[in-house]
Design a protein around this ligand. Sequence first.
Ligand code: CMC
Length: 365
Amino acid sequence: MKQVKKGLEGVVALDTQISFIDGVHGILKYRGIEIEKLADLSYDAVSYLLIYGMIPDAEGLNEFSRELRKERKVHPHLLNMLNFCDFENESLDALRTAISVCAHFDEDSHDISEQANFRKTIRLIARFPTMVAAFYRMANGLEVISPDPSLSHGANFLYMLRGSRPTELEAEAMEKDFILSAEHELNPSTFALRITASTLSDLHSAIISGLCTLKGPLHGGARKGVMDMLDDIGSPDNIAAYVQEHLEHKKRIMGFGHRVYKTYDPRARIYRDIARKVAMEKGNSHWFDLAREIESVMYHEMVENKHKPIYPNVDFYSGVLYKDLEIPSYLATSIFAIGRISGWIAHCLEQYGDNRVIRPRAHFV
Ligand code: CMC
């Protein structure tokens, strides 16, 4: 048996045309296009790109957006069922249950033909935001708001969450959040759902594997971890002690470090920029300033201890952005999933398109 690579570090498991990461130079491309360029498009356009492999023309995009907007509503039985979920700690548990229930109402649920998968793709992308907003409203004893088809994916999500329309900048921030979260090659949740798809299980089942894997604090759960950490630290005076105590006891600082990036995560830079703009618009940069200071203390601690620098990852400034959008931390992982769904589906379709069951070996000791 060959040498085991713990955590499969550096192991190349499959070919993909969906995204490319250069972890040394901090480059991320979806379908060959740099993330910096994609961040200025709409989430609908980027989802189309991930799923169909090309940027849509105006007509193609209109048609795709129209289909998505038409499919935003969820089955009333699903809303009744969500009332029984506990969302107070981690709303992802409710989202996971909701997707499972959705499968029961989906006439294509067990069909993994290309046509059925494309129909389910539209329904899944369209309904994730509706479900997350609905269970937030129900958890807080508020009336559930119906989707508004005149609004973009991001603006509509904030509208359904709050019951009022977001500012233009907030809507732009939400669109960017979904785009930056949409895809990241063979991260743990994507790997998990490709394994499920490789057994020729259906799309909903694969997505549930992805959701369960995203939840962990070393993956998508880190975004919630960042928000809770900002609350725990509270003031710049507490940063040094917090960081030192964590590093001394080998505890992880949420939102820092990455398996693939050995430099600044390119998504973190774009998040930092939009988080700063939203903070400025609010006229309150408390969370943003606190985060900047944490980043600086972390860097200097690493240099002083002769450790390689550990940079912010995608979850750091997205956590700051959510604080400024007044989103509670228990929604953070679910909102990450709203963005990630189009990348997840693209990977399932790629797996179905050229399948061999994924089945590695273990070394018996
Ligand atoms: N805080 C403190 N030390 C860290 C951190 C951190 N966030 N990340 C890495 N290190 C240290 C680690 O202790 C180790 O030190 P040493 O060489 O002295 O033993 C070194 O850096 C290498 O760490 P590793 O555990 O070998 O790295 P990994 O590739 O196995 O883990 C990671 C990557 C993302 C799980 C890790 O950096 C981490 O736990 N980060 C905090 C959680 C987090 O932000 N996760 C989000 C990941 S990115 C987006 C996503 O997937 O959602």
